[in-house]
Design a protein around this ligand. Sequence first.
Ligand SMILES: *Cc1c(COP(=O)(O)O)cnc(C)c1O
Length: 840
Amino acid sequence: MTTAKESASVKKATTTRKKTTKTTKPATSVVQTSEPCEPCDTLGASLARHIRYGLCRDEHEKEELFTAVAESVKEQMLDNWRETRIKDNQYQQKQIAYLSLEFLMGRALGNALLSLDLTDEAQKVLTDYATTLEDLEQVEHDAGLGNGGLGRLAACFLDSCACLDLSVTGYGIRYQYGMFVQKIIDGYQVERPDRWLRHGNPWEVRIANRIVTVPFFGHTETYVDKDGRRHHVWTNTQNVLAVPYDMPIPGFNNGRINTLRLWKAEANDEFDLEEFNDGDYAEAVATKNLAEQITMVLYPNDASVNGKELRLRQQYFLSSASLQDLLARYVDQYGEDFSEFSRRNVMQLNDTHPSIAVPELMRLLMDKYGLGWNEAWDITSRSMAYTNHTLLPEALERWPVPMMKNMLPRIVEIIFEINARYLELVAHHWPGNIQKLADMSIIEEGPEQQIRMAYLAIVASFSVNGVAGLHTELLKQGLFSDFYQLWPHKFNNKTNGVTPRRWLAYCNPKLSGLITRRLGKEWITDLTHLAALNAFTSDKAFVKEWAEIKLTNKQALSEFVEQQCGVTFDPQMMFDVQVKRIHEYKRQLLNILHVIHLYRRILNGDTQGMAPRCVLIGGKAAPGYAMAKQIIKLANNVAHMVNSDPLVTPYLRMAFLPNYNVSAMEKICPGTDLSEQISTAGKEASGTGNMKFMMNGALTIGTLDGANIEMLEEVGKDNFFLFGLNAQEVAQTKAHYQPQQIIAESEALTGVMNMLKSGHFNLVEPGIFDHIIASIVDPFDQWMTAADFDSYRIAQENVSATYLDQAKWQQISIRNSAASGRFSSDNTISGYRDDIWMKK
Ligand SMILES: *Cc1c(COP(=O)(O)O)cnc(C)c1O
């Protein structure tokens, strides 16, 4: 794919960098020597060329046509991409590196066309190829390089950064296999590999002149030079090449094209000489594949850790490669004088996953560039910022010291030194308090020492943020309270958001068309404009059109459900949707219990005041999370019973949607009436699915958790179905929680539990739901499903009554969309920019 011209400049770039010293011109000067060239073709001409010269054949599959279209659209971005890169390499503004093990990008075509204002042109051009844009978009494989909210947040942030003209580079891993594909077989989740790169990735560009080397294993040595300075050498290492693949991140109609740089691990050509000399050439080559395993697969764990050694390798690989890249860029511009570094760069750590970047930056500055400890620490601690994403203890990363010592011996030395120096500060702050030292140490003592990655991140960062108001408060008062006492100035909140380009303008063209006709199109880049929709809640024509668009979107969603699940959803019924990772704290179980309750009522002939509804649940369970997988099976079995009774289906239908991902959500949120955000209070850090639904006019039933609290604040309690214990009540109830008694006192819940226990939903598979039943009646049930059941049921009755009053429902729908302006990721990123990135 590299042209002759490109490889010529690649060569030049390499030689220039070798010569670079403090005084010579930076490598970017190479671009000044490139010849002026013809302006790039129009989209249509470019596509014709790609089809004629790229496909080499007259017949082509849809896949190939898609590739040609994507290549053509990429071509439209290349000039601006290059200009953005040149500007940014000159540090015209501060450089932000967003370090994340996950980027859940989804499809790129529709979003790129929207950002480049080429959607209409693409539609026109494609009529020559006997297909529609809409059809072709469905051919693109989702880039599923993330688990859920955390990875999708990174993707929304990249969009907003480009839109706000910020120089932000996403650094991640180019997993060969993304998030697994979920099949449902006999009601059970089955995982299949996601070979998203099988047909190639037309968006990426391999950047051969930015390859770096990442060391593993080996041992450390020290020596003292002639000036009496001690040096550390990490030697005898096994080296892996990190090869960057760049993806363009277009801003919205503003000419900026940022970069998502994904690293692929490749073996270098240093054959294992011993094996080679033994004559086992093939074996020597084969072992090189071990290096490439590092970037083979995304770990499918959401909100829990996987302590596998390979995962630590991924984390170090990403951190080291990205920092080497940042330092090389800096040296190109400023030489090896690092006094400007922390004024010019910020590294934002997306959770603790890349927090090994802290000791790695220390290592590179000291061992590679010869800085002293204090100088290196000053730079590191002024350029790192950490975002926490969860309070769940099972998600807090700890790595065993012996494992890390073996894999990264020099890194462990540096962590111990950071810890020793930092504990002096703790001792000073709490004189004589030995317990504090143990509690706050980066090293957890025990039968096997562990490194607390969150503490490492906090100690080294100038900013620590939570992702919603409640979450940040709970961090300050609970999990990180000692650190908050020591460094209150480090802590801040940045409530999550989602990009209104993908999650409204692109995925809901009918609604965005209506909004634009009434408000103009400023809302696309300033979502607070949606507040003006409140003026139309009593405009009959507007409300009618609003309702008609929802109905059309429901028809489309119903076709999708039919095709994916074989269940018929009637668009006249309420679409009640819960899609997100399957986790006990998110309480899909509470939702299913409510479905069983409605089912019982219908069987008993008690349908008074019941709005007919279609319940959709979707989401993936971590493959090792047995309880989550049983919840999927229960959802499927309940759906089966509900849908097979013709007396029930006029009032209630249910489906489990397989393989929930970004492109599925693009079809789901425009067609949803009711959004389920029903986590146990205090457990969901923010949630972002809640915001996508709200923007698209869904009403929310939810607890006082995460960003729900702020959504409620914006829309008002009359327009939100609130229920359940709050976080404080959950905490207080813990000590004396008696679910058996709660069930006994609730007629509805008793009925539901009896039906479950009777085996009604698993007649041919006795006992399969015993664990689920036991978890509900367990006094130690952390998720307190029974505690919130009645409150949830009553809120759902209120939902029903409201839905039956369609005039009222549509008004509330408009008010929700109008109140969603604050949850644009543009707003969130403005906060990161002003309070974290530019503040120092
Ligand atoms: C938005 C989104 C999420 C996050 O959903 P929550 O309800 O906040 O957990 C997860 N997965 C996908 C595919 C998403 O689009």
